[in-house]
Design a protein. Structure first.
Lengths: 255, 255
DNA sequence: ACTTGATTGCGATCACTGTTCGCAGTTAAA
DNA sequence: TTTAACTGCGAACAGTGATCGCAATCAAGT
């Protein structure tokens, strides 16, 4: 609202004292934007569309938000508030795993989230609270501070990448709605495999997918990373032995 | 460019036999687009801008490319051709590490790449060739085929996330050009740390960054993942012991 | 040699997009 | 009551991706 301040969204107050009462609020606008994005995809979230959905003129939105980008940032942080961050006494690894699993669920609930989460830093209060919670899980771990932060960042990156793969695959299994190009993509991939140009890829894809569901696969991938990163599984154990105890994997090891 | 075929870019021929000779080519157009993106960022890559840069009308581009999205896909795949994929007899882990390092360099050369690489699947010929090469490195590894593919995907995800962090940080160190909001971001982060709301984050960031350069950090993060994923470091060794041999890390372990 | 038909380049145009401006109306403090 | 800040918003601007239709071009078929 103050015309030209290179000031962050997060430290700018929503409204000041004087003047007429605003008819809307950041929260309402952001909620509307999230609703649209959930149903029609990120591309449908235009200023005019959001404005119409809350019953206001397009230009009015700029009284609450300085730019479309800022709106997106707010969307991300709002959705980041869906984490359950209540503390826990469990070992670091399972605490982080729990956070990652929650993240996966949230990204499924808001399919537009996954791509965005990797494309921008996102440093809103809810994201920071999440970071803080993750760091608290890592308090017993023997890593440097910056390494902890990076580990958390990598966790989000991995989760996001995983979910994006999931969503891309899931788009093809839809009954037959909007997904016209998904069929073509499948067709194309089948041709790729049929061609003799990529024998190893063909072989790899022909093998049976482990019967484990996507949830188990996610757990496995994430655990894999956490183990490698040296996040302790229990007590004060430093990493090293990596006796893989966790339940989900049936076959001894893979991926 | 047959008007309406939900046919993939990759299997559609660039031009057919009859008719006047095209004055341009996909390669030329894509190269121009890449040039613009390298210098002015992805946002500057509009159809009109690219058309102008090769000296043609805007509508003409649609004779070579069906949509802006398709152009982007072509850009990604073209740049993916910058990998050196010559085979090697080294252990799987160091082969993959080499590929990841190359990827990092390429993403630095084309700063627009990193975000895109995570936002879309990308299955062009060069990307497939890259995948094939990575799979060849994993031939000795004891994983299921799909797990191998996923490991490679995760590698790219991690690399991309890492480079995005790098680029975001680097934007702040510029002398004082276009980066006006980077200063604000730094200011904001410093305030965040000063506030007592996120004590663990404050503490973590106050610790000294390990003196290792970003290159070594990248190697370390990536190795960390590969070790966890069970990519063998040498001979027929299955994972398990994880004696960390690789050179780059000075301190025993972290991340 | 000439017709045929596919294909190219492209100006004009459409439906949108994010964003800014200026103005009328509203409100709290001085 | 004046003042000054603020709100809502119609109109407009500069761009965007994309489509249409037309003249020009060229290869193949006759």
């Amino acid at each position: 609202m103050p015309p030209h301040d290179p000031i962050n969204v997060w430290r700018r107050p929503e409204r000041s004292a004087v003047g007429p009462k605003p008819e809307h609020s950041r929260a309402r606008i952001v909620a509307a934007a999230i609703g649209i994005a959930d149903q029609e995809g990120m591309a449908a979230v235009s200023i005019r569309r959001v404005a119409a959905s809350i019953g206001s003129g397009a230009a009015s939105l700029y009284r609450y938000v300085r730019s479309h980008d800022e709106l997106v940032e707010l969307m991300i942080d709002t959705v980041s508030g869906e984490f359950d961050l209540t503390p826990s006494a469990e070992p670091a690894r399972s605490q982080l795993l729990d956070l990652a699993r929650q993240g996966r669920i949230i990204m499924h609930r808001h399919p537009w989230l996954a791509p965005l989460l990797l494309a921008r830093p996102s440093m809103g209060p809810n994201s920071l609270e999440y970071l803080e919670r993750a760091l608290s899980a890592l308090e017993t771990a023997t890593m440097s501070g910056p390494s902890k932060v990076q580990t958390v960042a990598m966790m989000t990156a991995i989760a996001s990448a995983f979910v994006q793969n999931e969503l891309a695959s899931a788009a093809g299994s839809g009954s037959g709605g909007i997904t016209l190009d998904a069929k073509d993509r499948a067709q194309y991939m089948s041709e790729v495999v049929q061609s003799t140009k990529y024998p190893l890829l063909a072989e790899a894809l022909s093998e049976q997918h482990e019967p484990a569901g996507p949830d188990a696969m996610f757990t496995h991938v994430m655990t894999t990373y956490l183990v490698g990163a040296g996040v302790p599984a229990g007590a004060g154990l430093i990493q090293g032995h990596n006796d893989r105890r966790p339940g989900p994997s049936k076959t001894t090891n893979s991926n």
